[in-house]
Write a protein that binds this ligand. Structure first.
Ligand code: ADP
Length: 571
């Protein structure tokens, strides 16, 4: 009725669950990656802005530190009189001194045409003295009474620099000359080159004037117009630099690609010269961080999921084991119940049979013995001709007596007294009952009976009933066989009292004992057997706490072995 139930999930369903789980995991990991990309991107943009403002401050402070100097120099008497002095030897020396102190590349004074009258580098091979810078916008600006400011590559030195100039006035308020300073920006440029970061500055035309990458210098962020180019040439701002276009691509507001590498891009205006400072930060770090985060979180998530799945499957397995244990317990109980039910049915059948047998033997006993008496009297009195009818009648009465004898066997003896009985005594009594049948059937009896009494505690008549039945069955099984031998063994075995009844009959084939002892199970002809002997014997053996074992013997025949608990005399 019950069988081991394995919870089976259809293959398709299992596959769909796995696919669903994998898809969820993929979506979660992709989501995590995208989120961390955008998170780290915003962090990197902030970082880039911070770096940009740091570089901006250093650029501004570099450019602003000497803003006041030309204005101060323009009020210096020796500078004011430079345009009217025949020799500026002393001025040259003084300017050289100032320039050295202020760490400037040059301080120089020009007349109204732009001719340099005195210069701090007067004694070097690249002296400005005698040079004319009238074409420089800072000069023209100052000649208009304004402060001049300019960045360009030095026309004499070829070095880039930041120029600031102021007009010099005479007492009448006329511009007599112009004082200019040149700040060497190479130090700043060098510092940026060494920084390992990517930062550059563009002027108002978009020409890169400072850059951490020197190869980018003097490239233009966008193509210059002819007018712009002509203007630059006139000012000789970048000497003969080709001013090629900077090769970069912009994506949106904060992404650029340079030589195939994408970077975060931020820029801000510088304080002077309409310059703009630009800062680039490689996106590689964003990808690395996002990948690492996805890896760590994804790994942790997978581990957590795996652990949860493991816990869940352990719980399910435990529950399954418990339910399987319950099931087998239930099965065992069910079998026990069924056996008990069968046993109950058998005992009630037997009890009913006992009662029936008792009343039938009682009711029929009288008329049968009366019939036998009549027949005997008729024979004696010669009332009846002894012939076939008399013979037939006698046989009928024999048969009826035989049936009542059998029925009596099933009747429970009234005497249910229990006592210590020896198997030897039981067998001796039984032998007197069956001896005649054994002899009549020409069967050899072999006994192997231990000399010391094998004692059990039980009902002697009931035990005799069992033994008679077993022997009668053995005789029946040997009917019509040659060299039939019945052997009876009585002994103690493993602390039990044992009687074995062996025969050389036909055996009981592949039937089980349970089947043999079913009430009314018989292979014998009607009238010879009712199929109740083994059933009653088994019930009696059980009452005595004993065991019945049936074995087919190798050389044919069967053995029925009864084992009961041993009893000692003291009990
Ligand atoms: P009955 O003897 O009236 O048939 P039993 O309950 O005593 O009823 O036996 C049931 C059946 O068991 C027999 O009909 C027979 O087929 C089988 N059986 C019993 N004892 C033996 C035996 N010694 N050898 C072979 N078969 C046997």
């Amino acid at each position: 009725m019950y069988s081991d139930v394995k919870i089976k999930i259809p293959k398709n369903a299992r596959r769909s669950v796995v696919i669903l789980l994998i898809s969820i995991a993929l979506v979660a990991i992709t989501g995590l990656f995208i989120t961390s990309l955008s998170y780290f991107r915003s962090i990197e943009i902030e970082e880039a802005k911070n770096r940009l403002s740091l570089y901006g401050r250093s650029l501004n402070s570099t450019l602003e530190q000497y803003q006041y100097l030309p204005a101060v120099l323009a009020r210096y008497p020796i500078v004011i009189s430079a345009h009217s002095t025949a020799s500026n030897k002393l001025l040259n020396k003084q300017l050289a001194h100032f320039s050295k102190e202020a760490e400037l590349e040059a301080i120089y004074i020009m007349d109204r045409n732009g001719l340099v009258l005195a210069s701090s580098n007067y004694d070097t091979s690249r002296s400005f003295v005698g040079q004319n810078y009238g074409f420089r916008p800072y000069f023209t600006n100052s000649m208009l009474g304004k402060r001049g400011e300019f960045f360009g590559i030095g026309a004499t030195t070829g070095r880039p620099g930041y120029f600031i100039s102021e007009p010099i006035y005479d007492d009448m308020g006329h511009i007599t000359s112009v004082v200019a300073i040149k700040l060497d920006v190479r130090e700043l440029q060098k510092a940026w080159e060494e920084s390992n970061e990517r930062v550059f500055v563009s002027n108002k035309d978009g020409v890169i004037v400072l850059s951490s990458n020197p190869t980018w210098l003097y490239q233009t962020l966008s193509k210059l117009s002819d007018k712009q180019l002509a203007d630059i040439r006139t000012k000789k701002q970048f000497g003969d630099k080709p001013l090629s276009t900077f090769s970069w691509q912009r994506f949106g507001q904060s992404t650029v690609s340079i030589a195939g590498e994408k970077s975060i891009y931020v820029s801000a205006p510088a304080k002077r010269l309409d310059w703009r400072i630009h800062y680039l930060l490689s996106e590689r770090r964003i990808f690395e961080r996002a990948t690492l985060t996805t890896f760590i979180f994804g790994g942790a998530l997978s581990a957590l999921l795996a652990f949860a799945t493991f816990l869940r499957s352990t719980r399910i397995r435990a529950a399954l084991r418990a339910s399987q244990a319950d099931r087998s317990q239930l099965r065992a109980t069910n079998t026990e119940l069924k056996n008990a039910q069968k046993e109950l049915a058998r005992s009630s059948k037997l009890a009913a049979l006992g009662q029936l047998s008792a009343s039938v033997t009682h009711e029929l006993g009288q008329p049968i013995s009366a019939m036998r008496n009549y027949l005997a009297a008729a024979e004696l009195g010669g009332e009846m001709q002894l012939g076939k009818t008399w013979e037939k009648l006698n046989k009928v009465v024999d048969r009826m007596e035989n049936i009542t004898k059998q029925l009596r066997f099933f009747t429970k003896p009234g005497d249910e007294k229990l006592a210590i009985v020896s198997f030897q005594d039981v067998f001796a009594d039984v032998l007197t009952l069956v001896e005649h049948d054994i002899r009549a059937a020409n069967i050899k009896l072999e006994t192997n009976i231990t000399s010391s009494p094998v004692l059990v505690y039980g009902n002697r008549l009931r035990l005799e009933q069992v033994l008679v039945n077993l022997i009668k069955n053995a005789l029946a099984a040997m009917e019509g066989t040659k060299d039939a031998v019945l052997s009876v063994v009585i002994q103690e075995e493993a602390n039990r009292a044992v009687i074995k009844v062996k025969d050389t009959g036909i055996g009981f084939g592949d039937r089980k004992l349970a089947q043999l002892q079913e009430p009314f199970h018989t292979t014998r002809a009607s009238g010879d057997g009712m199929g109740l002997g083994l059933s009653i014997s088994a019930a009696i053996i059980k009452e005595h706490d004993g065991e019945l074992i049936a074995t087919n013997l190798k050389n044919g025949g069967a053995q029925f072995s009864v084992s009961l608990p041993l009893s000692n005399n003291s009990e």
